[in-house]
Structure formats: structure tokens, C-alpha cells
Design a protein around this ligand. Structure first.
Ligand code: HEM
Length: 405
């Protein structure tokens, strides 16, 4: 196979992600989960699906989930660990984001106070979906992973999706009869079922789309949470003033989270395939069908955009132009992440002039952790994941201490 064309540098990567001649190609290894879901669609089909799903994400979606849904989930999930005085951060992040993504996807699971059987089962299923969606970077036997994903999808459907599906069909009927949409749950399953007939979607497609949303809304956020905690606590060192500032100045904490997001995009690269021959602005040419690798992590560390020390974590970094502080971590162009504002919040200049700030779920969760005295456990150093080529953390034991007022 011919080597893929590499797109490096921030400007080239940005242009490539916005180029409609380049088609998504990193998720073709796990069709059982990813076939024809939003992320893998292209052109007209993608635009149509995105327009329908946008109904969930417009207006106050991110603020609603940040202010009305997240706080309870974090409080419930954290409570037993606060008593215990310790927690494994990747596991904690997975539990918080699991509950949040279940609400976004449209499952009716109860908020978790402890490790219920349902939660453990759903957690294992969504972890398997995460493995399936990132199969491209897996170091495991891929056909084995595919079999496990198929099994997980079947259990997901029977235990979690079908009851939620039936409940929503009934609610949609009532809402149509009363012409009152306000009573409908704000989740993707409701949106999909409301448009199923008109769009001609079969049930299997809706199953995959909801499963994809479960993993899209949890996997990247959970990984980003641990990266941010690591970067921020390493930067704090033993300086109590720095730690205190993170608690007293939430916008500064958000800035620190954005800096970590810049350094650690969920995937270091985005793969595309060209659908026609063309020449990039840097002079590289591709034929139809050629593979193209957009080097996201490299772009996010481009010294011409982020400064000579772009490889380093610096929460005080100031950018000269209008580049987002998290770089290309949420993508740009037609596949821009639907969860960007939810996970990352509004940028400082877009914060509301009155009412609560919109900081994003990552900053809110970290703020709660730091206010609860969270710090790395010196007796149990963190460990990297070995089942993926992505530089994620598998275990990150932390201690919890002083409670916030
Ligand atoms: C730190 C957290 C997150 C990161 C770093 C992240 C990153 C990304 C990136 C890079 C893409 C584009 C992929 C590409 O162009 O190939 C994407 C797409 C997407 N993300 Fe996220 N994401 C995060 C959280 C979320 C959340 C919370 C949701 C749920 C609402 C979500 C839902 C989606 C969806 C539905 C797409 C597909 C969009 C499309 O193809 O049109 N993401 N995400």
C-alpha cells in the first residue's frame, strides 16, 4: 500500500479538515458499531443527518446539561469516593461521563449513587464500544474485539435501549396528540425516533447511532479529564498558591483545561481518503482514493501558532490570532464535534455577561475534584494504557481530602 499523504502544520491541518474532497476513513474497521453513523457519513447524507440531530444541540443544550444535569451526577458519583478518601481517576471519569452520555443518548438509567449492577453492565458495554470505535489504534486482535463489540451491542439493545425506545415512542405519540414538544426528553434517541419514518432509517441504524453517541459523549471526555488533571497537578507541583487559584478562579481553571486539550487531542491523527485528484496548498498532490493523515497533535503544537514552547503546558499562554485555545482538538469543518461546547464551555470572550458562567463539563468536574482536595496518590503512580496506541492513562489513583464548604 502506498504511504498516506501527511498533512502537517496547523494551517494545513485546518484546511484539510474543512476540505470536502476528503472523506472520513478512520472508523471503517468496526462496521458493526460505526457503519453509517454520523461520524462516518459524507456529503449529502452527512449534512442531512447532522441537520436533524442539530435539533438537540442548538439553543441552550450545553448550558442545560452543564447546569441542570451534571452537578447531580458528579455529586452522586463522587460521594462514596469522598468517604473512601481515594479514587481511580479514569474509572471515576468513566462513571461520570457514562451517566451524562446516557442522558444525552436517551437511556433511562437511574443516577448512580453506588456501583449498581446496571451501571457496571453499561460501563462495560460502553468501554467495549470505545474499543470498537478506536479499533484503528488498537493493539489487540481486531477480529476478537469486533466479536466482543457485537455481543455488547446485543446486550445494550436488549437491556437498555429497547425499554427507552418504547417509552419514547409513547411520549412522542402523546406530544403529537397534544402538540406539545416541551414534554419530550432532550436526547438523541427521541430526535431519531421522531424523524425515523420521514428519513427512512431502519431500526439497526438507530441502534448504532445511539450506541455511537454513548461512546462519543463519554470516551474522549473521560480520557481528556485524566490528561487535564495530570497536566494541571504537574504544573501546580507543591505550590499551594497555584492550587488555590484553580479553585478561586474557575475561568483560569477552564483556561488550563483548554491548554491540556490542545496538547492531547482524543486522537493524535485524523485519517481521510480523497474522493478526487487534487493538489494541497503546500504542493502535495493526491489521486482519488489516496489516504491522507491529518496530524492533529502535531498541528496543535505548531510553534508558528502556539509559540516556541508549544510542546509545553502553559496555562498563561496567549495566542495572537483568533485560534481556539484548544486548537483542533474538537475538529473543524463538517465533522466539528457536537459536544465541543458541552465539554469545553464557552471561550472567555463569549461568556454570558450575567448568570452562571459556561465553563464546560471538564472544568466543572475538575473544579469539584480540586475543591475536594484531589491530588495524585504518591504511593500509587499512574499507569499508561497498553491496549491502544493512544497515549491514554489506564490507572491514575488520586487522593481526596479536604472538603470544600
Ligand atoms: C473532550 C471531549 C471531546 C473531544 C476531544 C471530542 C473530539 C471530537 C473530534 C475531534 C471530532 C471530529 C472527528 C473528525 O473530524 O474525524 C468529534 C466528533 C463528534 N463528537 Fe466529539 N469530542 C468530545 C466530546 C464529545 C461529546 C461530549 C459529545 C456528545 C455530545 C460528542 C459528540 C460528537 C459527535 C456526535 C461527533 C460527530 C460529528 C460529525 O461527524 O458530524 N463529542 N469529536
Amino acid at each position: 500500500m502506498q504511504d498516506p499523504t501527511q498533512v502537517t502544520g496547523f494551517d494545513n491541518a485546518l484546511a484539510a479538515l474543512c476540505d470536502r474532497r476528503l472523506v472520513q476513513s478512520m472508523y471503517g474497521e468496526c462496521d458493526i458499531l460505526m457503519k453509517d453513523v454520523l461520524l462516518t457519513l459524507h456529503g449529502e447524507q452527512h449534512a442531512r443527518r447532522r441537520a436533524v440531530e442539530l435539533q438537540l444541540f442548538r439553543k441552550d443544550f450545553a448550558r442545560y446539561y452543564e447546569h441542570a444535569v451534571l452537578p447531580d451526577i458528579v455529586a452522586h458519583t463522587l460521594a462514596p469516593y469522598l468517604e473512601q478518601g481515594s479514587v481511580d481517576l479514569p474509572d471515576f471519569g468513566a462513571r461520570v461521563t457514562l451517566n451524562l452520555s446516557a442522558r444525552i443518548a436517551g437511556l433511562d438509567i437511574k443516577p448512580v449513587t453506588a456501583a449498581t449492577e446496571d451501571t457496571e453492565l453499561l460501563l462495560s458495554i460502553v468501554r467495549k464500544f470505545g474499543e470498537g470505535a478506536t479499533l484503528f489504534h488498537s493493539t489487540r486482535d481486531k477480529s476478537e474485539v469486533r466479536t466482543e463489540v457485537a455481543r455488547a451491542l446485543a446486550v445494550f439493545n436488549e437491556v437498555f435501549l429497547q425499554p427507552a425506545w418504547e417509552r419514547r415512542l409513547a411520549l412522542i405519540e402523546v406530544s403529537a396528540a397534544t402538540e406539545n414538544e416541551a414534554t419530550l426528553p432532550r436526547d438523541i434517541l427521541t430526535v431519531l425516533l421522531s424523524h425515523q419514518a420521514e428519513q427512512g432509517w431502519d431500526d439497526a441504524l438507530i441502534r448504532r447511532e445511539v450506541a455511537f453517541f454513548m461512546q462519543a459523549a463519554s470516551h474522549s471526555s473521560a480520557a481528556a479529564l485524566v490528561h487535564a488533571f495530570h497536566e494541571i497537578t504537574s504544573w501546580c507541583g507543591s505550590d499551594p498558591g497555584r492550587r488555590q487559584r484553580l479553585i478561586d478562579d474557575p475561568l483560569f481553571l477552564q483556561r488550563s483545561v483548554h491548554e491540556s486539550l490542545r496538547l492531547h487531542p482524543a486522537s493524535p491523527v485524523a485519517w481521510r481518503v480523497s474522493d478526487c485528484p487534487f493538489t494541497f496548498s503546500d504542493g502535495n498532490s493526491v489521486a482519488a482514493g489516496d489516504a491522507v493523515v491529518v496530524a492533529l497533535q502535531d498541528a496543535n503544537r505548531d510553534p508558528t501558532v502556539f509559540g516556541a514552547d508549544a510542546d509545553h503546558f502553559d496555562p498563561h499562554r496567549r495566542l495572537q490570532n483568533r485560534t481556539a485555545p484548544y486548537g483542533l482538538t474538537f475538529g473543524v469543518g463538517v465533522h466539528t464535534c457536537f459536544g465541543r461546547d458541552l465539554a469545553g464551555g464557552s471561550l472567555p470572550e463569549q461568556q454570558p455577561s450575567e448568570g452562571p458562567q459556561h465553563l464546560g463539563t471538564l472544568t466543572r468536574i475538575l473544579h469539584k475534584l480540586f475543591s475536594s482536595g484531589a491530588q495524585p496518590d504518591p504511593d500509587h503512580p499512574p499507569e499508561r494504557a497498553t491496549d491502544t496506541l493512544r497515549a491514554n492513562w489506564a490507572r491514575y489513583p488520586i487522593r481526596l481530602g479536604v472538603h470544600s464548604p
